[in-house]
Write a protein that binds this ligand. Structure first.
Ligand code: TRP
Length: 344
């Protein structure tokens, strides 16, 4: 591992078990960043409440599912720090302070906010409006320099940059301006060709069995204009080939399938069978690891709690720095020192 690695903070909301979209969109990248960066991976459980405060019963089991999937995908608690947002109260404390530097009008213009209010048809709460302020606190608390995320998160990273700038200009330079590390893989379509999303029922989960995976692949959306296997098929925008490009390690084999597909010389069923087999190959080591870890809930929680208390030391130092800047030195002097947190 490189010494003095730049710091990364990124995370997921624990909304359920992870699917192939998470795997190719973020987890594979995160896994590969662990040697060159000092990584903090956050399970953002408080963020779940911004839309789901009426359903508290699923958060705990979803947190475990996410943790299992992360570890199975190669997130390594020896090299990286796992953090549970609600176990480090400094996240919400810093968010309250940073909220002073963000106008309410700015938050209303946030595209993800507008989209959610529109889509979910919900009565927007203060918590939902300030979602990106909490996310900025997540990043800035660890002075994260890079934030590997999908494109949908760019507006939030932009806001975190603005807050960091505003803070540094108003007081003194405390926070680096975090930069997004954008994933290069396009958004993965779900089995029905809409974006793969937990709430659409179109996901292939990392924890699915090979049989479930094959069943889902066999039912996948494909070229709708193709009636008979001998009709010439379309490649562009066809999810089968988007998947094959991502999951088949033999590009020449994929090219061969494409040529035959366009010529009407291979049917959808044959392509799907091949696709199911390459996806199952890719998932085999992940499933193996997942089944070794499954059921060891206490050990998993311990990993998360250990990471969180390591993280909390850093978080506490940054919070004290921010409080000092903002005229709250008296209060900061009365907080238990990071040392004590560590000895808990
Ligand atoms: N908002 C992110 C998502 O929905 C999750 C998240 C919370 C996050 N805090 C973060 C991502 C900090 C990156 C950095 O995917």
């Amino acid at each position: 591992m490189e010494p003095n690695r730049p710091r990364i903070l990124t995370g997921h909301r624990p909304t359920g078990p992870r699917h192939l979209g998470h795997l190719v969109g973020t987890l594979t990248t995160w896994e590969s960043l662990q040697d060159s960066y000092e990584c903090f991976f956050l399970i953002a459980d408080i963020h779940v409440l911004t839309t789901d405060f009426q359903h508290p019963q699923r958060i705990e089991s979803n947190t475990l599912e996410v943790l299992l999937d992360w570890l199975a995908s190669g997130i390594d608690p020896e090299r990286s720090t796992l953090v549970l947002q609600s176990a480090v109260p400094e996240h919400t404390q810093l968010a309250t302070l940073l909220g002073m530097l963000v106008s309410e009008a700015r938050l209303r213009r946030n595209p993800t906010y507008k989209e959610q209010v529109h889509n979910l048809n919900l009565q927007p709460s203060l918590g939902l409006l300030s979602y990106p302020v909490l996310q900025a606190a997540d990043i800035l608390l660890y002075k994260g320099q890079r934030v590997p995320v999908g494109e949908d998160q760019l507006p939030h990273i932009e806001l975190a940059r603005e807050v960091a700038r505003r803070f540094n200009q108003t007081y003194r330079p405390v926070f680096p301006e975090p930069e997004a590390l954008l994933s290069t893989t396009p958004r993965l379509p779900g089995t029905d060709n809409r974006t793969m999303h937990s709430s659409y029922g179109n996901t292939i989960l990392l924890r699915d069995t090979p049989e479930e995976t094959t069943r889902k692949v066999m039912g996948m959306y494909t070229d709708p204009s193709r009636i008979h296997p001998t009709d010439p098929g379309h490649i562009a925008g066809n999810p089968l080939f988007i998947y094959l490009d991502l999951f088949d390690d033999h590009p020449e084999r994929v090219e061969d399938f494409k040529t035959r597909y366009q010529a009407g010389k291979v049917g959808d069923v044959a392509v799907k069978q091949h696709l199911a087999s390459v996806i199952n190959q890719r998932l085999a080591p992940i499933r193996e690891k997942r089944s070794q870890l499954a059921g060891k809930n206490d050990d998993l929680m311990e990993l998360l709690f250990q990471g969180s208390s390591r993280a909390r030391k850093i978080a506490r130092e940054t919070l004290v720095e921010a409080m000092d800047c903002m005229g709250l030195r008296l209060g900061a002097s009365q907080l238990p020192p990071a040392r004590i947190i560590d000895e808990r």
